[in-house]
Design a protein around this ligand. Structure first.
Ligand code: PEP
Ligand code: MN
Length: 282
C-alpha cells in the first residue's frame, strides 16, 4: 500500500489519539463509545437519548439530520431544522456530537455545531467531499464503503489526511455478502489489520453490520475484544418507532446495559472506560 504515506504506521507502536474535546479522545487508552438514533427526529427524542446515555456514560451522541437513504421516497432526514437541535443538545448536555455530512455545502454549517463529521459508507469514495474535509480540522469519522477493500478504505482516509486534516477515525460497519439474515457482515479481520497497518483510531458500528438489535451487543463486545478503539451504536427511546433503521436500534436501557457489560472487557483489553455515573451516585 505504497500510497498510504500518511495513514500508515511510521513504526510498529505508532498510534494517534485524536482529541474530540479537551477531555475526550479516541485512539488513546480510553474507549470512545457513541450512541444515539439513526436520524434525529425531534428535540424530545434527543433529550431522552442524552438523559439516559450521559449516565451510561457514553463519550458522544450520534444522529443524522441529512440521511443517505436507498429510496428517494423514504425520509431524507429533518435537514437544516436539525442544526438547532444539535446545538441545543450540545449546550445542555456537553456531550460531543457525531453527525453525517453528505455534501460539501453542508460542511461549514455542520462543523459549527458538531464535534465529529461522519462520512457515510455510500460516500467513502466521494473524493471531492474527502478533499473538502481535508481542508477543515474537525475530526472525520470515515465509514468503510459497503463493498470497499481494505486498501480502498485506507486510501480514502489518505485523501483527507493528504489535504491537511490529520483527524481521521476509521469505522468498520460491515460489508455486503450473500446472506441476508444479517444486513452486512462485520469484518473484524479488517479491524485487526487496520490497527496493524495504520496509526489511526479504528471504531466499529455493530448496528449497520447486524441490522438486527438482538445481534448488536454480541458484535459490540467482539469488536472491543478485537482491539477496536470504540463503538458507534444506534439506539432510540422507542426503537420500533424509529423513522429509519428501526430493526437495529437498541432501547436506551439496552444501550446503558451494553456500556456496563463492556467494562470488564475493556479492562481485559487494557483499555479504560468512564465509570457509570448512576452507580457512582449510589
Ligand atoms: C448511519 O450511520 O446511519 C448510516 C447511514 O451508516 P452507513 O453509512 O454505515 O450505512
Ligand atoms: Mn442508520
Amino acid at each position: 500500500m505504497q500510497d498510504a504515506k500518511l495513514a500508515a504506521k511510521a513504526r510498529p507502536d505508532h498510534t494517534s489519539a485524536i482529541a474530540i474535546t479537551e477531555a475526550i479522545t479516541v485512539g488513546g487508552d480510553a474507549l470512545f463509545i457513541v450512541g444515539g438514533p439513526c436520524s434525529i427526529e425531534s428535540m424530545t427524542q434527543m433529550e431522552a437519548v442524552a438523559e439516559s446515555l450521559i449516565e451510561a456514560p457514553v463519550q458522544g451522541l450520534r444522529g443524522g439530520i441529512y440521511k443517505p437513504r436507498t429510496s428517494p421516497y423514504k425520509f431524507q432526514g429533518i435537514g437544516d431544522l436539525g442544526l438547532d437541535i444539535l446545538a441545543e443538545v450540545k449546550r445542555r448536555y456537553g456531550l460531543p456530537i457525531v453527525t453525517e455530512v453528505m455534501a460539501i455545502h453542508q460542511i461549514d454549517k455542520l462543523a459549527a455545531q458538531a464535534d465529529v463529521l461522519q462520512v457515510g459508507s455510500r460516500n467513502m469514495q466521494n473524493f471531492d467531499l474527502l478533499k473538502a474535509l481535508g481542508e477543515v480540522q474537525k475530526p472525520v469519522l470515515l465509514k468503510r464503503g459497503l463493498a470497499a477493500t481494505l486498501e480502498e478504505f485506507i486510501l480514502a482516509a489518505e485523501y483527507i489526511l493528504s489535504h491537511g486534516n490529520p483527524n481521521v477515525i476509521l469505522c468498520e460497519r460491515g460489508i455486503r455478502s450473500f446472506d441476508s439474515y444479517t444486513r452486512n457482515v462485520l469484518d473484524l479481520g479488517t479491524v485487526v489489520a487496520l490497527k496493524q497497518l495504520t496509526h489511526l483510531p479504528v471504531i466499529v458500528d455493530p448496528s449497520h453490520a447486524a441490522g438486527r438489535r438482538a445481534l448488536v451487543p454480541g458484535l459490540a463486545k467482539a469488536a472491543i475484544a478485537a482491539g477496536a478503539d470504540g463503538l458507534i451504536v444506534e439506539c432510540h427511546p422507542a426503537p420500533e418507532e424509529s423513522i429509519s433503521d428501526a430493526a437495529q436500534a437498541l432501547s436506551l436501557e439496552a444501550m446503558v446495559d451494553l456500556v456496563q457489560q463492556l467494562q470488564p472487557l475493556a479492562a481485559a483489553m487494557g483499555r479504560t472506560m468512564a465509570p457509570n455515573r448512576q452507580r457512582l451516585r449510589q
